[in-house]
Design a protein around this ligand. Structure first.
Ligand SMILES: O=C(O)CCC(=O)C(=O)O
Length: 341
């Protein structure tokens, strides 16, 4: 008899309008929340087009109109779930465009009760149609369920991370996976996974559950049905990952999924040293993880360092940021010459 597997269900979930106070209640209770259409359809289309500009700008011969050019030799190095974490993606025009959409900033401001926020220099998850190439199928959800916060190093609530979804979702394609209410299990992890956790330094904000973890068999993970432009936020203690659907996704010549990872945290949680590194990161095009109270350089991820063709990619231009964006990096009003009165 085969081992029982974790069953992941595609599901419609409540979608809150930005500004709806019930969204905060839902997030506290369920560990995640969806804001409907933080990006309009036109803004989602623009973001997607800018992502293609980034891919084509790598100089490896990718052409958005020709799927034959999307092979691994040309595609940027991806980590779990087909996430592109490095090669300047965190400072691409696409990512800075999404971060500057007013409704996106307002949703984070609503969650935190302040608009003094620092943004992550995160990457994107892009799924190529695996009907064309089975190697493009992304990791099965039960193999990489994780949280992005160390259960001993950082007890309690610290971070709400998220993504902006750019394409329609379906059960066939799959998408993000959430384990609702699992943030409430966080405090039990040190006791339940003592040995596994002991191998992870308390400063590393990532804990991966065992493959098809028997201790998670009692949970009901879901793939929330996200519409283009929806902003999904989750507590970093909530168990999550992504999961390809049931394999019968329609044959298309376009991407199956595009999701921009984004996280904003209160500036008050950060410190001058980190903020100096963040400012320097713009000119150096350094990408990061979701955290902005520490500086974690995603260009140093082992998968990126191990990529044989690392030098083959042209990185994007250093972005020219507006005042909003500079504030999200860490510049303050006085430095930007903004008079508050
Ligand atoms: O692609 C996804 O939806 C999963 C993202 C994820 O696991 C993460 O940002 O930590």
């Amino acid at each position: 008899m085969s081992d029982p597997t974790i069953d992941i269900q595609f599901q419609d979930v409540p979608r809150f309008n930005p500004g709806d106070p019930q969204a905060e209640v839902f997030l506290e209770d369920q560990g995640y929340v969806v804001f409907a259409q933080a990006l309009s359809q036109a803004q989602s289309d623009e973001a997607l087009s800018l992502l293609w500009d980034y891919l084509e700008g790598l100089g490896t011969g990718i052409d958005r109109t020709d799927i034959a050019t999307w092979d691994n030799n040309r595609w940027p190095t991806a980590v779990h779930g087909a996430i592109l974490p490095s090669l300047g993606i965190g400072h691409s025009k696409a990512q800075w465009f999404i971060r500057d959409v007013a409704a996106v900033r307002q949703c984070f401001a609503q969650i935190w009760g302040t608009d003094e926020l620092l943004v992550s220099f995160d990457g994107v998850s892009l799924w190529r149609p695996w009907q064309h190439n089975p190697d493009w199928r992304t990791n099965e959800g039960p193999s990489w369920m994780h949280i992005d916060q160390h259960p001993i190093g950082r007890p309690g609530k610290h971070c709400v991370q998220g993504l902006v979804n750019l394409l329609p979702c379906s059960a066939e394609v799959g998408g993000n996976v959430m384990v609702p209410t699992s943030h409430k299990r966080f405090a039990d992890i040190p006791r339940q996974y003592e040995e596994r956790l002991a191998r992870i330094h308390p400063s590393i904000d990532h804990f991966r559950f065992p493959n098809n973890d028997p201790l998670l068999q009692d949970s009901q993970p879901i793939m929330p049905n996200l519409h283009p432009g929806d902003l999904l936020l989750w507590d970093s203690r909530t168990i999550h990952c992504s999961n390809p659907g049931n394999g019968t996704a329609p044959t298309v010549d376009g991407l199956l999924r595009a999701a921009s990872l984004i996280c904003m945290m209160p500036k008050s949680k950060s410190n001058p040293k980190v903020i100096e590194r963040r400012k320097a990161a713009v000119a150096k095009l350094t990408s990061t993880t979701n955290w902005s109270d520490v500086f974690v350089d995603a260009d140093q991820f082992p998968e990126i360092l191990a990529a044989p063709n690392r030098d083959a990619y042209q990185w994007p231009e250093v972005p020219s940021l507006n005042t909003n964006q500079l504030r999200m990096v860490g510049w303050d009003e006085a430095e930007l010459g903004i008079n508050k009165s």
